[in-house]
Ligand binder design. Structure first.
Ligand code: URA
Length: 244
C-alpha cells in the first residue's frame, strides 16, 4: 500500500471507528476506551503487545503504564523514539477478571484474539511494516501458532504476514515481574533480540522499499549515533532498565 500520509492516518482512524463500534466480545461492553495502534504509520517496525491494561483502557492509548515506560526505554536503547514506530496490540479492549473483589487484567482468550484479529490485520495492511516485534507469548502465538514457546523459540526471525519478518521477545511486563539474577538474565536475552531488530532495520534502510514515501511527515528511523548507546557487560537494556 502506498497511500499518502493523510490517507494512512484516515485509514487508521476508520479502523479505530470500526473497533470502537465492535461488541463481538463481552469485554467490548466493559472497556472504558478502545485502544488501537499509535505512532508512525510509515514505520518499518510495528510492535505488537498483548492487550490494553488499566492505564491504557483509561487513556485509550497502548503502552502508557509501567510496561509502556519500560518499552519506551527498550526502544531508546536501540536508538528509537516511541513516536518513530507503530505500537499496537493483539486485542483492542481491556480483558479483565474479578479477583478478590477487584478488577485485574488477564491474558486475552483465543476467541477474543480471533474476534479482534481483523483490526490488527487492518492496521498492518495500512502501515505495511517490514518488521514485527511481538512482545510476549500471546502476541507471538497470534502470528506463529499456539504451540510457539517463547522461552525456546524467541530471538530468531520468522516469516510473518505480508512479507514481514517477525522477532519475538519477552513482554516488558514479564521483565518487570522478574527479580535479581532472573531479571538480569531476561534483560540480556531481550537486549540480544532488540539488537537483532536494530541490525535488521539498518539493513533494510539500505533498501529503497523500506523508505517512507515522499511527503511522509515522520522521519525515517535513524541508527543511534556512536556512543549514544553505552555497551555494558549485561548490555544497555540492563543499564537503562534499572528500575530501582
Ligand atoms: N501491555 C500490553 O501488552 N499492551 C499494552 O498496551 C499495555 C500493556
Amino acid at each position: 500500500m502506498s497511500a499518502a500520509p493523510t490517507e494512512r492516518h484516515a485509514a487508521l482512524a476508520a479502523i479505530r471507528a470500526r473497533a470502537d463500534a465492535c461488541r463481538r466480545c463481552a469485554i467490548g461492553h466493559t472497556r472504558t476506551n478502545i485502544v488501537c495502534g499509535v505512532g508512525n504509520p510509515f514505520s518499518p517496525l510495528v510492535i505488537v503487545g498483548e492487550g490494553p491494561g488499566e492505564n491504557e483502557d483509561r487513556q485509550g492509548e497502548p503502552f502508557v503504564g509501567r510496561a509502556g515506560e519500560l518499552l519506551t526505554r527498550m526502544l531508546a536503547a536501540i536508538g528509537l523514539r516511541r513516536e518513530d514506530v507503530f505500537i499496537t496490540n493483539t486485542i483492542k479492549c481491556r480483558a479483565t477478571v474479578e479477583e478478590n473483589g477487584r478488577i485485574a487484567n488477564r491474558a486475552p482468550s483465543p476467541e477474543e484474539m480471533s474476534n479482534c484479529r481483523e483490526y490488527l490485520d487492518a492496521e498492518l495492511d495500512v502501515v505495511a511494516p517490514r518488521i514485527i516485534l511481538a512482545l510476549g507469548a500471546p502476541a507471538a502465538k497470534s502470528f506463529l501458532g499456539r504451540d510457539f514457546s517463547i522461552t525456546r523459540q524467541r530471538g530468531i526471525w520468522y516469516p510473518g504476514p505480508q512479507g514481514t519478518q517477525i522477532m519475538v521477545t519477552f513482554h516488558p511486563a514479564y521483565i518487570l515481574r522478574q527479580t535479581g539474577g532472573n531479571m538480569a538474565a531476561v534483560k540480556r536475552l531481550v537486549w540480544a533480540d532488540l539488537q537483532a531488530v536494530r541490525a535488521k532495520l539498518d539493513a533494510l534502510a539500505d533498501q529503497p522499499a523500506g523508505s517512507p514515501p515522499a511527503g511522509a511527515t515522520q522521519p525515517a528511523i535513524a541508527a543511534p549515533s556512536p556512543g549514544e548507546v553505552t555497551q555494558a557487560p549485561d548490555g544497555p537494556v540492563a543499564l537503562r532498565l534499572d528500575l530501582s
